[in-house]
Every structure is written in structure tokens, then in C-alpha cells.
Design a protein. Structure first.
Length: 356
């Protein structure tokens, strides 16, 4: 083949023979515009489209870029179970599965608790796989099944964990820009915005963000979490992602370590992507004191017998440690500029979508 003189990456062929491999029926997806429900029902065929081809290639790059960074920085792959007897984030959004004589098991929401066992053997670990949330949400950022990368590291405290997260995300940005120029062009992604995001991230406390939102006219309390509208306002004037740290303890998980300077706050952070793409990472320093963690589990009303092994990790020797989780699909959304999360996973699972 000869490369086209004007269109880079395109080639001209001179054919000697055409061989028919298979006879195809009338293709159900015509060239006219189709609604999302139709295309989701034809997802097995829509994956062949130019747009989906580009998104899937970017997904491939993002996945392996995350693994490449972690592998090169001393993290070991550590596979956590998908069937669990307990929840890492609470029990209100779990899928239950009958489990023989044991009663009920749950589909995992996160591998974090199990990774905390792994760090006492390997130091720094991560897992990467599907997780499940039974949230009855119809937003453009939610799926009931999605992919999560969870990482944990011994002898890493809150501030250092945020540095690792920033390094990782900036590595992913540069890898996508390097390897997926053609795909970003097909998706009409503004790559200048991605290039601008490769700069030091901002860090704000939860209180500072509430002050910012109030100054912009938002009616929000100081003990509130953020929704999509608030996340959009937080990053509207920023080219780079923003860490929101030191959250009120009441709205964060039981395993997060309290801020020694203010016990009403936790040493946790959310990383919010610019351009309205929302939270892409959640992380924290973990509570390493056995008695404090025990009292928290009791206060949450969780069944102690399901968490005894987790308490043993403190009872028989622990160290300061931190971890974080990245939602793969949300990160791909941002990298590719795609507005709805259903577009960035081959077969999306949502509250009203289980086919094909």
C-alpha cells in the first residue's frame, strides 16, 4: 500500500482480488441519527462504530497506563474477592447474593478492606476489577457495574497519598495524549484542555469549598456532601483537577483517620476533574488504632463478627497507611470528553439496562 499524499495515516491499495468471507444481513443501524435506547439495545453492533472504536482504544490506554504507573512505583497486584460477607462503604447500596449455609453474600463495592491485609505482606498493593453499586441513580455518571482500581500503601500518610494520586493522573493524561492522538481527534476532544490539566493540582479543604460555593450563591450546609451541580461549580474556573480534603467525619466512612488538629474532620480527599466531569478519585489515610476502629464499627451498627478479621489487622500490629480508589469509567469520560458514562464501557449496566 502507498500512504496518501495528503491524509496522514491513510493508505491507497491496488486490489488484485476480492474474496467474500461472509454474507451479512441488512444492518439494523442505519446512517440516520438514533436515540440512546436504540443504540444500547444494539450495543453489540454499535461497538463497531468509529466513535466506539476510538473510546475503546482510549479505555485500553487508560487501564494499562494506571497499571504501568503502579507497577513501576513498587505496587504489587493483589486480587481481592468479589463475593464478600461485609461492605466497605455501608450496606444500603449492595447487591445481595444467597450463599449456601452462610446466608447472604454481597457483590463487592471495593477491594479496599482486603488490600489493607495485603500491605502488611507486600507494602504497596492494588487491585483492578469490576465492582457493584445498587444505587437507583439515573445520572450521566453512574453505573451499577463499573471498574475500580483500589490502591493501598504502608507508611504513607494523607499528604503523600495525594501526591501519588496526582502523579498517577498526570501520567495517564500524558500517556493518552501520546498514544491516542487519532482517537481524541475522532471524538473531537479539545486536547488543549487535557494539556492544561498536566500542571500542579489545587488543594482546598471542604470548608474552603463550602465558602466558595456560598459565595457563588449556593445554599449549602457546612456538613454537606457535593452533588454534580456543586462539583461543576467547584472546578468551573480551574484548568486542573482539585483535591477537596479534610471532610466532616459524619459524611465519610468509618475507616478514615481523624485529623489530629480537628477530630471532627477526617484525613480524606476527593479529586474532582475539571470541565464538569466530577469526582474521579476518593482516598484517605486509614485508621490504624484497634480500639478507635472498634468503636466506630459499633457506632455504625455493623455486625462485629463480619469485621473481626479487619480488626485483627490492627490487633496484631499495624502501621500508618493510606489508600485511594479510581473509577475507571469516570476517568475515561474525562480523557475522551464523552458526556455520558454509558459510552465508555462495552456493555453498560444501569438500573433499567441489563441487555445485551
Amino acid at each position: 500500500p502507498n500512504e496518501h499524499p495528503k491524509r496522514k495515516g491513510e493508505y491507497e491499495f491496488q486490489l488484485k482480488q476480492i474474496k467474500i468471507i461472509d454474507l451479512a444481513g441488512e444492518y439494523p443501524i442505519s446512517k440516520k441519527e438514533h436515540g440512546p435506547d436504540f443504540l444500547l439495545s444494539q450495543r453489540h453492533l454499535w461497538l463497531r462504530s468509529r466513535k466506539q472504536n476510538a473510546i475503546l482504544k482510549i479505555r485500553h490506554t487508560v487501564y494499562f497506563a494506571i497499571c504501568e504507573y503502579l507497577n513501576d512505583n513498587g505496587f504489587y497486584r493483589f486480587d481481592s474477592p468479589i463475593l464478600t460477607p461485609n461492605a466497605s462503604e455501608g450496606t444500603t447500596t449492595l447487591f445481595e447474593v444467597p450463599y449456601f449455609d452462610e446466608g447472604v453474600a454481597y457483590l463487592s463495592q471495593s477491594g479496599q478492606l482486603y488490600l489493607e491485609a495485603g500491605i502488611m505482606s507486600l507494602g504497596k498493593v492494588y487491585d483492578f476489577g469490576p465492582v457493584f453499586r445498587a444505587e437507583k441513580s439515573k445520572t450521566r455518571k453512574h453505573l451499577t457495574e463499573f471498574w475500580m482500581m483500589d490502591a493501598e500503601a504502608a507508611f504513607v500518610e494523607h499528604a503523600e497519598s495525594m501526591k501519588i494520586q496526582e502523579e498517577l493522573i498526570r501520567f495517564v493524561i500524558n500517556t493518552v495524549l501520546l498514544r491516542n492522538e487519532k482517537e481524541l481527534e475522532i471524538l473531537e476532544r479539545d486536547i488543549e484542555k487535557l494539556k492544561k490539566a498536566d500542571a500542579p493540582f489545587k488543594i482546598l479543604t471542604h470548608k474552603q469549598v463550602i465558602d466558595l460555593l456560598k459565595a457563588k450563591g449556593t445554599d449549602i450546609d457546612y456538613d454537606s456532601d457535593f452533588g454534580a451541580a456543586e462539583e461543576d461549580l467547584i472546578t468551573r474556573d480551574s484548568d486542573v483537577p482539585i483535591f477537596v480534603e479534610k471532610w466532616p467525619k459524619e459524611i465519610k466512612s468509618f475507616y478514615m483517620k481523624r485529623d489530629p488538629e480537628n477530630p471532627d474532620l477526617v484525613l480524606g480527599s476527593d479529586l474532582i476533574a475539571p470541565e464538569g466531569f466530577g469526582e474521579i478519585i476518593g482516598g484517605s489515610q486509614r485508621e490504624d488504632d484497634h480500639d478507635i476502629l472498634l468503636n466506630r464499627i459499633k457506632a455504625e451498627g455493623y455486625d462485629l463478627k463480619n469485621y473481626q478479621w479487619f480488626l485483627d489487622l490492627r490487633k496484631y500490629g499495624s502501621v500508618p497507611h493510606s489508600g485511594f480508589g479510581i473509577g475507571l469509567e469516570r476517568l475515561i469520560q474525562w480523557m475522551s470528553g464523552v458526556k455520558h458514562i454509558r459510552e465508555v464501557i462495552p456493555f453498560p449496566r444501569m438500573i433499567h439496562r441489563l441487555y445485551p
